[in-house]
Design a protein around this ligand. Structure first.
Ligand code: PMP
Ligand code: GLN
Length: 392
């Protein structure tokens, strides 16, 4: 406190410490298996890490790289969008390298929002969205994904009803953290029509684009009328199992990239010089790499989902991402996911994340708990055998 007022400004006061920091600290303190924060326990391809090491030693990128990102990485991002989705972007005017998807989200929202602008976002939502909307002075308008027949789905009528004359943009995330939902072609097409009809921007976080086990990932930018109104965000963290590198990017029309760059230049200006060279090579890895990653994680999803079901959880099997959401009520635990996650390390040596933190309507998320399966098979097997103790 100084001058009789709290140090943290009012827009951030409600956010406290992120759940990921809290739960990883709990895991470190108790020695529990950390299925909370989503990071792999094996590092990405050695050949890519070697490129980064060589870049550091040979002096590539050790000084400030260009503000928009090194040309090699911007070309590789554009080539990736063309190769996987048939989307053509000009690497000079339509790609911007960022410090992870996190900075891409922050810079995009700071650039595009004015105080009072409404942002329609899918709830539950990744925690940085709410904080960045708040920092930009925006107002979040959640549209809740609800469990239906074993998966979380979007209600398109609710989405339409959430749009008002004050809506500036729709913030999407597919594949979706924490529910594992992958928006379908029909859903995306309806969202695209709505955006065009109401003249809205769309910001889409696609960091799990290569982790789809059921259906397919379709970028919303590929729908008619969307390319010029969509900012697509992704990053290297999940696709290459290098979450500590924090190299991300956006692809969008030149006007949108210019706007986002205006905000981004005052956040970090640039970062990760040598790592940018390595990610440029990673994005050009052969198809087998991407398929291998997906199949490895599919097996892990299956292992953890089956184990959780045997342990007595209701499991919403994810179509994508690193995460499986469960309902703890069938365990006879009551419906407080927070209390459950705080006691889990002591009870059985596992850490998970309460989905309630991803909701404005906290009560709607209360009984749901998220487990990450981006871990080695033996770690998942041990976690499952520990979780089975809950049933007895
Ligand atoms: N968006 C979503 C949906 C995420 O789950 C995460 C966490 N990995 C991020 C963004 C942040 O990505 P990055 O680590 O590249 O900043
Ligand atoms: N995206 C990761 C998750 O959802 C966490 C990233 C972070 O700690 N900020 O678990």
């Amino acid at each position: 406190m100084t001058q009789g007022r709290p140090l943290l400004n009012r827009s951030l006061a409600e956010f406290g410490t992120t759940i990921f920091a809290e739960m990883s600290a709990l895991a470190a303190r108790t020695g529990a298996i950390n299925l909370g924060q989503g990071f792999p326990d094996t590092d990405g391809p050695e050949e890519i890490r070697e490129v980064a090491a060589r870049a550091v030693l040979s002096g590539l990128g050790n000084q400030y790289p260009p503000g928009p990102g090194i040309p090699e990485l911007r070309s590789a991002v554009a080539a990736h969008q063309a190769r996987f989705y048939g989307l053509e972007y000009d690497p000079d005017a339509e790609v911007l390298v960022t410090t992870g998807a996190t900075e891409a989200v922050a810079a995009t929202l700071l650039a595009l929002l004015e105080p009072g602008d409404e942002v329609v976002a899918l709830e539950p939502y990744y925690d940085s969205y709410a904080a960045c909307i708040a920092m930009a002075g925006g107002v979040r308008v959640p549209v809740t994904l609800r469990p239906q027949e074993g998966a979380y789905r979007l209600d398109l009528d609710e989405l339409r009803a959430a749009v008002t004359p004050r809506t500036r943009l729709i913030l999407l995330n597919t594949p979706h953290n924490p529910t594992g939902t992958v928006l379908t072609r029909e859903e995306l097409s309806a969202i695209a029509e709505l955006a065009c009809e109401r003249d809205l921007l769309v910001v889409t976080d696609e960091v799990y684009e290569h982790l789809v086990f059921e259906g397919e990932h379709i970028p919303v930018a590929s729908f008619p009328g969307m390319r010029e109104r969509t900012v697509t965000i992704s990053s290297a963290g999940k696709t290459f199992s290098l979450t500590g590198w924090k190299i991300g990017w956006i692809t969008a029309s030149p006007d949108l990239v210019t706007a986002v760059r205006s905000a981004k230049q005052f956040l970090t200006y640039v970062s990760g010089g040598p790592l940018q060279y390595a990610v440029a090579e990673a994005l050009r890895l052969p198809d087998g790499y991407f398929a291998g990653l997906r199949e490895d994680l599919r097996a892990k999803r299956d292992l953890l989902s089956a184990g959780l079901a045997e342990a007595g959880f209701e499991v919403y099997e994810p179509a994508g991402t690193y995460f499986v959401t469960t309902d703890i009520r069938p365990l006879g635990e009551g419906g407080d996911g927070f209390a459950f996650c705080r006691s889990l390390p002591e009870r059985c040596g596992v850490v998970a994340v309460p989905n309630a933190v991803f909701y404005d309507h906290r009560e709607q998320g209360a009984p749901f708990v998220r487990f990450a399966f981006c871990k080695r098979q033996e770690v998942l097997e041990e976690a499952v055998s520990r979780l089975k103790r809950l049933a007895v």
